[in-house]
Design a binder for this molecule. Structure first.
Ligand SMILES: [Zn+2]
Length: 212
């Protein structure tokens, strides 16, 4: 019985894995979304509260689709490796949905987002497998097992966060370029009236020449 095999694992490992899944993984997701807050195809960057909501959305979808698939395989078994294929497809789909339809990323940035998400997910899989396979007998040993994985993940997330705050990304969200009523991008507008909602705009923004 695969389910009984699961239950024979050392409980120290289970507690550490729960901590990784419920605390460390959400933190990694939060900072992944944070790294993309200025990369979005929106009038305004993603706010802190939106970042929390998007990370929560990713966690929720993961619990339902990836977690659900994992439980099904624990109960019925997975002799042909169907679960692994399912998890990869489910995760790519979830990152795509969150990136394209919730963050509003396009082309190259959407692709980078999905790749970054899959790198983080794979790193957490490695971390969890190490805990279960090596069966730590105490918490100190269990936490030590995660370090070879969690440290590179932290460096990776730090790096994409730093890249995500570079001036050419941040400066495209100059609030003076946008309609104060509907956030429509007014760069190059010559009429003095927002074409989206009709709000009059001040002269200095109306006379900015088109970028291209
Ligand atoms: Zn407007």
């Amino acid at each position: 019985m695969p389910l009984l095999a699961f239950l024979t694992f050392d409980f120290t490992s289970i507690y550490i894995v729960l901590f990784i899944l419920l605390v460390v993984n959400p933190i990694a997701y939060y900072f992944l979304v944070n790294a993309y807050r200025y990369r979005v195809n929106r009038a305004m960057p993603i706010t802190r509260s939106q970042t929390v909501k998007l990370a929560a959305a990713r966690i929720g979808m993961g619990m339902v689709f990836v977690g659900g698939g994992t439980w099904v395989s624990l109960v019925v078994g997975d002799p042909f490796g169907v679960l692994l294929c399912y998890i990869v497809v489910a995760r790519i789909t979830i990152w795509w949905v969150v990136g394209k339809h919730m963050l509003i990323l396009s082309s190259k940035r959407l692709f980078g987002w999905i790749v970054a998400g899959m790198i983080i997910d794979t790193a957490f899989d490695v971390m969890i497998n190490r805990e279960f396979l090596i069966k730590s007998d105490n918490y100190y040993h269990g936490v030590l097992l995660t370090l070879p994985v969690v440290v590179p993940v932290a460096i990776f997330v730090y790096f994409i966060n730093r890249r995500g705050k570079r001036p050419e990304l941040v400066e495209q969200f100059d609030p003076s370029q946008f309609c104060q009523t509907c956030k429509y991008n007014l760069t190059g507008n010559l009429t003095g009236i927002c074409p989206e909602c009709g709000t009059p705009i001040s002269i200095e923004f109306a006379t900015i020449p088109p970028e291209n």
